[in-house]
Design a binder for this molecule. Structure first.
Ligand SMILES: [Zn+2]
Length: 76
């Protein structure tokens, strides 16, 4: 659930400005995504790396447990 945002004028990279209340909206002129907060794009990248790291950690843990279960430790 997203809290309603106050109306704000955002400017697309193509120079088109419009009023939006959404975190991410689409430019009517060039159909590119325009963010309400400029930091959001960077946060998206951070979230992507965070998710990737978590998947690798969980995967590593599963492999470690799996190998340990069959009595074939990786580091022996
Ligand atoms: Zn645009």
């Amino acid at each position: 659930m997203q809290n309603p945002l106050p109306e704000k004028e955002v400017t697309c990279k193509c120079g088109h400005s419009f009023i939006t209340r959404k975190e991410k909206s689409w430019c009517e002129k060039c159909c590119r995504g325009v963010f309400y907060h400029r930091k959001d794009r960077r946060f998206d990248v951070f979230q992507k790396y965070y998710t990737l790291t978590m998947i690798l950690v969980i995967l590593g843990f599963i492999i470690f447990t799996f190998v340990g279960f069959f009595g074939k430790p990786l580091f022996s």
